[in-house]
Design a protein around this ligand. Structure first.
Ligand code: FAD
Ligand code: 2HG
Ligand code: ZN
Length: 459
């Protein structure tokens, strides 16, 4: 490691104002959103162009330091902050904020990796098109980070996750070379899908600098429905009926404990009396008014009239969504959460959801579990408060249970450092060996995000 002079070399590339060495200034880049994961950075560097990213990686490689790419630092698996003993530079992509014109013919837009989801949404608004992935960290999460984690969010059941929106991308590899497919060609079968490979690579294979993103038509009509139900089986029954409508775009589930917590902390409550085991939030989007079709489906599904709310106007819909969107934030106030973002076959959801709190308590008697998620995708977010940040016995128990039920240990947040130990629960030895072969080929010295995805190096 030859770090003397690194700051000066980086300052010559990005300008002295964008090499952050002061510990107080660095602190925000060294601690993750949950506060469970933290480390120390040698420095934070903030390039403003792809060429500056490439030169930065060259300088870091020459100095023998590792590089942690960071977008909005909203990731929930510890992948966006430094860790361990190896000297690390945080490469913050927040200045790559260029946005191309909205191409309404191709239904595409080009965006720098540091563009936030909210900025992208604002840019596209009014064009008749919209970006399909939405999540509540939209003010800070960047499109580069979203591609790197293959983020999901609330519309996956209809439009797919981030990978499905990426028509092309540009990235700098550990070698300093830039790979670019920003032509916007939707058909281009010319070998390995490098864009697809970088989606979900969590900063371990390259640094994404720009994306060409697919847009979808903005629908004229939206309807949100909130319904209180006895439990998960009833919610799945309603989902089975609602799925018959093509306009179904989101199906979210919350449980009584989490709803009560949001109510206590923010005053936001369901617009009907308690007494439910869970609450289902559905959203429909179409070109025409689908109220009657939705009402017929809900009636057929036996939804209770006295625990049902329907909202059409944007402000009314936002009121229903606020309950769902504030869960992450209120749980973070109660303590440092262990976040277990898992996915299960839908048929396995009731037994898992009914048993997970007890499973957690069997390992950590004083722990509290809050569960919610994207039920349409079989994706539940189990948040456990109580165990120390480095006590991962609860994580092990829940992830093993998920695996035994045929699920996956990560639905949409990724593996990061939080789940690297358990990758083998979900991926076979052959899978992991193939992934590691790719990692070794593209990043032979292990400079990019060590510790993420693969715990302790080579499998
Ligand atoms: P960061 O947190 O900065 O980084 C995440 C990972 O990507 C790290 O491994 C980092 O090294 C890597 N990375 C970042 N930028 C780049 C780049 N340009 N090139 C290469 N690697 C890079 N996630 C969901 O999937 N669905 C949700 O519904 C959802 N809701 C959320 C709600 C809240 C309130 C919060 C706090 C988080 C939520 N998340 C959700 C998690 C998070 O927002 C996503 O994982 C998001 O994609 C991370 O984007 P980011 O820019 O903050 O990335
Ligand atoms: C959500 O859907 C996000 O709310 C965050 O993916 C989940 O905080 C969590 O565990
Ligand atoms: Zn989620």
């Amino acid at each position: 490691v030859r770090i003397e002079g690194l700051a000066a070399r980086l300052a010559a590339i990005v300008g002295p104002a964008h090499v952050l060495e002061d510990p107080d200034v660095r602190a925000g880049y060294e601690l993750d959103w949950t506060r469970r994961w933290r480390g120390t950075a040698l420095l934070v560097v903030r390039p403003a162009s792809t060429a500056q990213v490439a030169a930065t990686l060259d300088a870091c490689a020459a100095a023998g330091v590792t590089v942690v790419a960071q977008g909005g630092n909203t990731g929930l698996v510890g992948g966006s902050v430094p860790r361990g003993d190896a000297p690390a530079v945080v490469l913050s992509l927040g200045r790559l904020v260029q946005l191309g014109p909205v191409d309404t013919t191709a239904a595409q837009v080009a965006a720098g990796a540091g563009v936030t989801l909210a900025a992208l949404q604002a840019h596209v608004e009014g064009s008749g098109l919209r970006f399909a992935v939405d999540l509540s960290a939209r003010q800070s999460a960047t499109v580069g980070g979203m591609a790197a984690t293959n983020a999901g969010g609330i519309h996956v059941m209809r439009h797919g996750s981030m990978r499905s929106q990426v028509v092309g991308l540009e990235a700098v590899l550990a070698s300093g070379e830039t790979v670019s497919r920003m032509t916007g060609l939707v058909k281009d079968n010319t070998g390995y899908d490098v864009c697809g490979l970088l989606c979900g690579s969590e900063g371990t294979l390259g640094v994404i600098t720009a994306l060409c993103l697919r847009l979808i038509p903005e629908r004229a009509f939206r309807l949100a429905v909130m319904v209180g139900l006895p439990g998960t089986s009833a919610a799945l029954d309603v989902l089975a009926h609602a799925r018959r409508l093509e306009s179904l775009e989101a199906a979210e589930i919350m449980f009584a404990e989490g709803i009560a917590l949001v109510g206590e902390m923010t005053g936001v409550r369901p617009p009907f009396a308690a007494g439910y085991g869970c609450v289902l939030l559905l959203e429909f989007a179409a070109d025409e008014d689908v109220t009657d079709a939705v009402a017929a489906v809900l009636e057929h599904a036996g939804c209770p009239d006295d625990r049902l709310a329907v909202a059409r106007a944007p402000a009314e819909r936002a009121r229903l969504w606020e309950l769902r969107e504030r869960l992450t934030e209120v749980v973070n106030v109660v303590g440092v959460p262990h976040k277990l973002d898992v996915t299960l076959p839908l048929r396995a959801i009731p037994a898992f959801a009914d048993g997970v709190a007890e499973l957690v308590r069997s390992v950590a008697p004083d722990a509290r579990a809050y569960v919610w998620g994207h039920i349409g995708d079989g994706n539940l977010h189990v948040n456990v408060i109580g165990p120390d940040p480095d006590d991962d016995r609860v994580d092990a128990a829940v992830l093993q249970d998920v695996s035994a039920r045929g699920g996956s240990i990560s639905a949409e947040h990724g593996i990061g450092v939080a789940k690297a130990r358990w990758l083998g629960l979900t991926r076979s030895a052959a899978d992991i060996a193939a992934m590691y072969a790719v990692k070794r080929a593209l990043d032979p010295s292990g400079m990019l995000n060590p510790g993420v995805l693969f715990a302790g190096g080579a499998p």
